[in-house]
Design a protein around this ligand. Structure first.
Ligand code: PEP
Length: 254
């Protein structure tokens, strides 16, 4: 089975002490993950080393950065490179979250470069895509999201694309409490998988995990994750509450 992934996105929340307490409370639950299940915590940069040491002895639990630079190194004050992440043992990174696309003007080309630099450093990119509300209302979500994939991922070869995790996050559902219906999520995920299959073949497409993000919580996770093309979730708000996120992990397909 494809990897089923519960990825927390803490965004710019929690103090160091709160982060440590939250992580401890979740890890103390003995998650008993199956071989195809993976948990990822995307934490603020200053907490990466602490969080990575907390999960060191936990099978199938990893720590991700929430962003990295598209540049290798040099005079880019305030930036963090993929090589730096790799040098502290971080093997996952969220790329192109809609908040970064919107507030930090990250373009498709920049995101393509970030995906490349992650892969070059052995880091799994969780590549985010998703349409804003007016696009959904115009019924143009399929072509909009397809173009995001084409612009930032289609330069990869078949081997490299299988090292990418995709997160479909309709912008109108992020942090709004409004979740895409199970059918809307499945329809888009099926569309994305067919886009991947048309480029790299269905065997490759079937290997790529596609996560859903947008107001996932314990109450809706099992239904959304239960659909054939949804391989888990990228979870913001609900990942900040230990018991809630544990239930979301437990909703991953067995
Ligand atoms: C996210 O941050 O990627 C997200 C989906 O947030 P939320 O779960 O709060 O909607």
């Amino acid at each position: 089975m494809r990897k089923q992934i519960a990825a927390a996105n803490w965004k710019m929340n929690l103090t160091y002490q709160q982060a440590e307490t939250l992580l401890d409370s979740i890890l103390s639950e003995k998650l008993s993950l199956e071989a195809h299940q993976q948990v990822v915590f995307s934490v603020p940069f200053p907490y990466l080393i602490m969080a990575n040491s907390e999960v060191a002895d936990q099978a199938n639990v990893a720590i991700a950065a929430q962003n990295c630079s598209d540049k290798k190194s040099g005079a880019y004050t305030g930036e963090v490179s993929a090589e730096m992440l790799q040098s502290i043992g971080i093997n996952w990174c969220v790329i192109g979250h809609s908040e970064r696309r919107e507030y930090f003007a990250e373009s498709d080309a920049t995101l393509a470069a970030k995906v490349d630099i992650c892969l070059a450093n052995g880091i799994t990119p969780i590549f985010c895509c998703g349409e804003p509300l007016p696009v959904r209302e115009a019924g143009e979500e399929n072509s909009f999201v397809q173009k995001q994939l084409e612009a930032s991922l289609f330069h990869l070869d078949a081997d490299s694309i299988q090292k990418v995790v995709i997160a479909y996050e309709p912008i109108w559902a992020i942090g709004t409490g409004k979740t895409a219906s199970t059918q809307q999520a499945q329809d888009m995920h099926q569309h994305l998988r067919s886009v991947l299959a048309s480029k790299w073949g269905s065997e490759v497409a079937d290997n790529i995990s596609i996560l859903y993000g947008g107001s996932v919580k314990a109450a809706n996770a099992a239904e959304i994750f239960g659909t054939p093309d949804v391989d888990g979730g990228l979870v913001g708000g609900a990942s900040l509450q230990g018991p809630e996120f544990v239930q979301i992990i437990q909703a991953l397909k067995k």
